[in-house]
Design a protein. Sequence first.
Length: 235
Amino acid sequence: MTRTDRLYALVEELRAVAPRPRSSRWLAEKFGVSSRTIERDVSALQQGGVPIWAEPGRAGGYCLDPAHTLAPLGFTVDEALAMMISLGALATSPFREAAASALRKVVAVTDDRRLNETALLATRIHLLGEHRSNEAPRELADALRAGHVLQIAYSDRNGIVTSRHVEPMGFVGKGSDWYLIAWCRLRNGLRAFRGDRISTAESLAERPPRRPLSAQDLGIVYGELRRVGTGEESL
């Protein structure tokens, strides 16, 4: 999480429980930083005009003025439901944490009437998938943006684990499965790595030149490959 994202998340966390306080220790544990970092973040928000104050005592902490809210979004019920379904479908993907965070933000700024109706409709919708004991490492979500070589531990269908250096090029989702498309230096070729079979992923310092990638390179012989949000049959 970048500092900008953390500052936004801090405000959202305090807004969600306002006027109750959150201690710096509680916030530090939630965001995986030190209490001193939380104190600096709160100071920066206060200097930026966010109405946060500190309540003393054992049950005290940082509080946000309940009047400090974002303007409600103008989603229709159907639009809000589509957002919930779309973000919920990413629960097994490398982007699950970002999707959950985005959903919380949508909920926070949707007016109560539409939100209640949307939540009721959402209870009637389920996604069918396979239960998996493993989840892809969270580092995969940053792979494309960072553009660095990854060192991964990958288990093939026979359970044989190999260590590989790969150059991330894209992702393909199919049902509950998400595949990292990458240039594998061990095999010297393009490979698709199923996310739940990647046990570890470490971002290295090397940033290789970006390799071109098209749908034809993937050699998919069934199904329709389409770009997210455009409907085009290419990456």
